[in-house]
Design a protein around this ligand. Sequence first.
Ligand code: ZN
Ligand code: ZN
Length: 146
Amino acid sequence: MNEPTPTPRTDPASLLRQHGLRVTPQRLAIATFIFSKPMHVTARHVHEHIQDAFPSISLNTIYLTLGQFEACGLLNSFEVHGNTIFDSNTTPHNHACCNQCDTIIDLTGDAQPAEQPQSPPQLAQWQIQAEQHIWLGLCPACSHTA
Ligand SMILES: [Zn+2]
Ligand SMILES: [Zn+2]
């Protein structure tokens, strides 16, 4: 009998515990925000969001916390326009980012690993585990007003 494993993605406290992180009120507030739905956030965005509840929390603490989440596999991050974007959707996927309004969308259709990955020749000695692409351009709204 195969018992389906329950995955309580929705309970941030047990999510933290499952990943070996002690549950503190600040971590819980950050986790509750970013795991409520798949989202792309900067540390500044998270900071603004939880500052009402934790007025004394520093931006640096947010960075450290998000880094801890990332280190244990709860978050992915990537760089766009010089900003570190944290992504609470950890399934492999690609992104498109608007150069004008910074809108970021997930491209999930081509997330399957290619049968024969076309990696650059410089990576011949590498054992590639994932690849990510970011398309940059103007989103439909911005290209209409450009
Ligand atoms: Zn745009
Ligand atoms: Zn994403």
